[in-house]
Design a binder for this molecule. Structure first.
Ligand SMILES: [Zn+2]
Ligand SMILES: [Zn+2]
Length: 750
């Protein structure tokens, strides 16, 4: 290559490199394909324009070479993304390595036939204009990028207010009366003994007039309590039975059912002694004197949870004590023994039962293909949904439901729910109903209503449950659910960075409309809601800012039951905020109007120790930066399965990453105990995972490659040390990671 040729080509190469570097490092538009492609075009045009000017070749050839180059580049990146992706996991960075390599190769190929040079003047004009463009581009880039590197002021925790002085009186010497609820009476006595060091004993028999803690279901003013409503009267000055005055204060803890009495007992210990059951392993029982705050005389506080069915998964809710203490009552993940009040819930399966429980294709598809759904596209019957207008199907389903109510586990809800696919029946009859109703919920609801009508007289307490899920989510125009039908509306399509009633979130508007319409026609509306990233269990999932708002939104729309589905496999990958989320969800299910901030702070303090305020700041930072619009203002949806570097999860500048890193460092430093430190480190895995996948912080490509390789290795080792064996809902964590220098933890998917 001649010296002059190099000189002419150099500015083009520099400009191309600059564009490439912006593309590589700044990483703004990685998942925004048009811009990514635009940058690739710009890089290519610059490269080939440089060659053309240096060699005197013609512009059409430049375009030809550009097109050829892009075709090869796109082909290679397609191969890497789709064929090698599972092996390397480093598709995007690898693509960026391939692109400059291809450019170099093309240059070498072109170098040989280089011939005449342009005139000196033309070369100089081109040289100067390209150099000027490169300079302007560089300056613009620096202006845009620099603020992102400017350090943020360090977080200083706000001073904590000392607890307010409260006037108290002694309950020393009180006995606990077991008035028909041994579990609740024992709980009170044992916990008070633990708190005070004084032996509180339980006795049976009749209530004394004073100096007792009376636990059970009483009559009198407590007659009107609803089934799950509890009441606490902590300062009774007269007898509940004959109104005679008593010495000192008597305490009544009661409820509308054995389970509600237990709720009263747990709330009494919380309110008056600061006890909390935060996880299945962490109960806070503070030590202190045998005294309670003075309060209004002869008044009782009562509360009835607005939801009749309250269920979530994660890890802690599998524990009966955690569940009762925090008010869960479903039977999906644990059944509560009778002494803990028993459970409310499903007789048999709780989802996708039509095919999995009642009409198994192996049993019936061959002998009765016309019972199954007809699909227009294939002109065939398919085995994973039913033809709901076929009278034989209805008769068979009624027989099955009746058999289950006779022989099942005694619970009152029978789930008749569609399978997890879009194969609804399109036969003439089904289509006619769906057209008339304006929704596939039409055939479903008419079918379910017929079952519910049939069993209503023989099983007056039983409820038939169905889904408003995916293709049945839109409410029908005419048919209304019978009173003994539950419609469970599922929020699977929604955005969880923004509240469900946020009018500015385009992914939630339709759901808000649907819930309004369903609540108008349905007496028993239930919700199936989602609270994790099923594709990336180990990544941060900033939905803490919407949990309370969504629960209040449900209850405001007359919802009677909520299942908060989260990471039900968390026992295999408890690396995020599983404990915190399970606790907050349970509390919200019981009472959507809790002091959410105080509940979160209480948990953080107990679970993460002395640096809890730094953890809180991290949670707030994360939630404030979830679902941020893209640089052109377009909404980003936080779905239930975004990729780990999807900017809908987090959109943080380098300075915010550094700020968050300091929060974690402080939380570790101040944890104060081995257990709390381990809890911080475990949750930090999700932050490190996000950084590694987003190539931020110590995983940034601005680091020496050896650095991020080492950090990836360390992170993988910590995953193993913390017993993480699962990557996502459908995949385990690999046991041997492909730690090539370009790989991110996405390659750890087994
Ligand atoms: Zn049909
Ligand atoms: Zn949104």
């Amino acid at each position: 290559m001649k010296k002059q040729q190099i000189k002419t080509f150099l500015p083009f190469l520099l400009a191309a490199l600059l564009a490439g570097v912006m593309y590589w490092y700044h990483d703004v538009y990685v998942y925004w394909v048009p811009v990514e492609f635009g940058i690739a075009v710009a890089v290519s045009v610059l490269l080939f324009a440089g060659i053309a000017f240096a060699t005197g070749r013609k512009w059409p050839r430049v375009l030809g070479w550009t097109a050829a180059f892009l075709a090869v580049e796109q082909g290679v990146s397609y191969l890497i993304n789709n064929v090698m992706h599972h092996a390397s996991g480093g598709a995007r960075p690898a693509m960026r390595v391939v692109l400059p390599l291809l450019a170099l190769l093309t240059l070498l190929l072109l170098a040989k036939p280089w011939r005449e040079l342009m005139s000196h003047k033309a070369r100089r004009a081109v040289y100067l204009s390209v150099a000027a463009a490169a300079c302007v581009g560089g300056v613009v880039w620096v202006i845009l990028a620099v603020p992102g590197y400017k350090p943020l002021p360090e977080f200083t925790p706000p001073p904590e207010a000392p607890p307010a002085a409260v006037e108290k009186h002694s309950i020393s010497g009180y006995t606990v009366l077991d008035y028909g609820n041994t579990a609740a009476a024992n709980l009170i006595a044992e916990t008070l003994t633990q708190i005070t060091g004084e032996a509180f004993t339980v006795r049976g028999g009749t209530p004394e007039l004073s100096g007792d803690i009376m636990v059970g279901q009483f009559g009198g003013i407590f007659n009107e309590l609803a089934e799950e409503e509890y009441a606490i009267m902590a300062h009774a000055k007269t007898s509940l039975w004959d109104g005679t005055p008593v010495d000192g204060d008597s305490i009544y803890i009661t409820g509308g059912s054995p389970r509600a009495v237990l709720y009263g007992a747990y709330r009494f210990l919380e309110e008056y002694f600061g006890c909390h059951w935060y996880t299945d392993k962490l109960a806070v029982i503070p030590e202190g004197p045998a005294e309670i705050a003075v309060g209004p005389e002869n008044e009782y506080e009562r509360f009835s949870p607005p939801l009749e069915f309250r269920e979530t998964d994660w890890i802690s809710p599998r524990d009966p004590v955690f569940s009762v203490a925090n008010g869960l009552n479903g039977n999906v993940y644990r059944s509560l023994p009778e002494e803990l009040g028993g459970t409310v819930g499903y007789n048999g399966g709780m989802c996708h039962t039509i095919i999995n429980n009642f009409f198994k294709p192996d049993d019936f598809f061959e002998s009765h293909p016309d019972w199954y759904a007809y699909r227009e596209s294939s002109h065939k019957r398919v085995p994973r949904q039913l033809c709901l207008t076929n009278p034989e199907v209805l008769a068979e389903m009624i027989r099955e439901v009746r058999a289950q109510l006779e022989d099942g586990n005694g619970q009152r809800i029978v789930s008749v729910t569609q399978d997890d696919n879009q194969d609804y029946c399109q036969c003439t009859n089904c289509k006619a109903v769906d057209d008339e109703e304006g929704s596939h919920a039409g055939t479903m609801l008419r079918f379910v209503n017929a079952i519910a009508a049939d069993i209503a007289d023989d099983y007056p307490d039983a409820l038939i449950d169905t889904f408003a899920y995916q293709y049945t989510r839109t409410p029908p125009k005419h048919v209304k659910p019978l009173p003994n039908v539950i419609v469970r509306l599922c929020s699977i399509e929604c955005c969880f960075a923004h509240p469900l009633d946020d009018p500015d979130c385009p992914d939630n508007i339709k759901f808000a409309d649907d819930i309004k319409t369903w609540s108008e026609i349905c007496d028993r509306l239930y919700i199936w809601d989602y609270t994790t990233n099923y594709g990336q269990y180990n990544c941060v999932y900033p939905n803490f800012a919407v949990l309370q708002k969504n629960m209040q939104f449900f209850v405001a729309h007359n919802v009677k039951g909520v299942y908060e589905e989260g990471n039900y496999q968390a026992a295999e990958c408890d690396s995020e905020f599983a404990g915190l989320r399970a606790y907050l969800l349970a509390r919200l299910l019981f009472n959507p109007d809790i002091d959410y901030d105080a509940e979160m702070d209480g948990f953080l303090r107990a679970y993460y120790g002395g640096g809890w305020q730094y953890m809180r700041e991290f949670v707030d930072l994360m939630c404030a930066n979830a679902g941020m619009p893209d640089p052109l203002g377009k909404h980003r949806k936080l779905s239930i399965g975004p990729g780990p570097n999807d900017k809908a999860i987090l959109d943080l500048g380098p300075n915010q990453v550094a700020y968050a890193d300091k929060l974690w460092a402080k939380a570790i430093e101040l944890a104060g105990s081995e257990t709390c430190e381990q809890n911080v480190l475990r949750s930090q895995l999700s932050w490190r995972f996000w950084k590694a996948c987003s190539r931020a912080g110590e995983f940034s490509l601005l680091q020496w490659p050896g650095k991020w390789l080492a950090e990836n290795k360390k992170l993988f080792g910590d995953f193993q040390d913390f017993g993480i064996t699962r990557y996502s809902e459908g995949a385990m964590l690999v046991t041997q990671p492909p730690l090539t220098w370009w790989s991110t933890p996405q390659s750890w998917k087994g």
